[in-house]
Write a protein that binds this ligand. Sequence first.
Ligand code: NAD
Length: 482
Amino acid sequence: MANRVPITVARGDGIGPEIMDATIAILQEAGAAIEPQFVEIGEAVYKAGHSAGITPATWDSLRATKVFLKAPITTPQGGGFKSLNVTIRKTLGLYANVRPCRSYDPFIRTRHAGMDVVIVRENEEDLYAGIEHRQTDEVYQCLKLISRPGCEKIVRYAFEYAVRNGRKKVTCFTKDNIMKLTDGLFHKVFDEIAAEYPGIENEHWIVDIGAAKLADTPSAFDVIVMPNLYGDVLSDVAAQIAGSVGLAGSANIGPICAMFEAIHGSAPRRAGQDLANPSGLLLGAVMMLVHLGQPEAAARVHNAWLRTIEEGIHTYDIFQDGVSKQKVGTSGFAKAVIARLGKTPEVLAPVHYLAGDTGPQVRPATHTRARKDLVGVDVFLHWRDGATEVLANRLCALDAAPLKLVMITNRGVKVWPGGLPETFCTDHWRCRFQAANPGDPVSPRQVIALLDRVEKAGLDFIKTEHLYNFDGEPGYSLGQGQ
Ligand code: NAD
């Protein structure tokens, strides 16, 4: 056998240890050239005082092996615990989360026969930056960060994935009719990169109608690339409508390291009963073998698994009278797959993985820097002392020349000048100051002088956002109604 490759393995929490033991047993029987290094992560590690759920020794193992096969873990309820999955993905730069969701009709019940969708989810940014602040009595904020390199990496990965896997179309979901700068950038980069792949069809849907179409007619989609939050939500939807969340595996790919897992969680209520379906983790492990350059072992496992499914040997979550033949637990399912190693499915299409293709790896392009001009500032105030007009009069009286108040919004809606009494206002106000001729340059000193006056006037400023033009184009949104 080829040299065994060291991989880091975490058995996780809840059903994790059972499904991991089943998975490792199948991989070893299939002749996968792997050398597991077991580490502990998750609940016990959190409880031992590591607030991220992971120890320095595990980071060392991950950085040495660069490949992580991970069972689900339980994130303890309550504050003070950060999600370990998000921490690992971001710390190791695992920018691409690939989640194939397909149906196995007529062997597993689904309303969507023939569904075969791959969701490519951006994994490092968006609202998952996890930067949140409480700013006033009433208002809390979560920052949504989208970067050009982040968009370029994930969109190019999706197209490269399509090319290598014989896929015909890449669809992009965003909400850029509302978030014109952040989601707008994702869509713009998608259009730019799509133009480089004339052989692959491309399309964009606003995420709400796109999600509705995905849930209704998944056969209309092939590869779908999305920002982090939409991808997180919709990949669970896609896996569930394909048959079960217990069936889908997931690869988290970065330039140096990669992590493979099931998409489901630790299902604590099913733990320790030899009930859980190990298929999601096993299919994640199949993606790992492809990544490790072991396509034959990957196909051997995948085909034996398809054959097991086809013969109706099913765990409780996919068992259906009249379709399934034998109900098995986790270990019984593993034994059934092992017994079929070397066999291929007879009805479902057998899989074949190409030698030498360990998956796409992409890097963002370098860009020249834009000319950046400061043209104003949004000063956010915590204010609860009267009507909008009272606040506007106090701000206009600040004598902040050359800066001048041009607009006040409340949660993004323009309330001054010319607001409506019907608009509901919280205690969180955005007050936009620009030069008398908006677009004229402003200096940082003038912003500091303005804040000095705001503070001396007894107004409670909670944060500022600078308004910049980039190569003459505004890098900020207008108020709703402006
Ligand atoms: P879950 O995915 O663990 O379970 C939801 C339900 O789906 C279960 O009750 C069970 O009925 C079914 N299910 C899931 N996996 C199954 C399998 N392999 N076989 C059979 N049935 C299965 O979701 P949850 O209950 O929301 O979360 C439980 C815990 O898992 C939480 O602490 C959560 O934070 C964590 N979680 C971890 C990960 C991860 O480690 N990657 C992902 C999601 C959730």
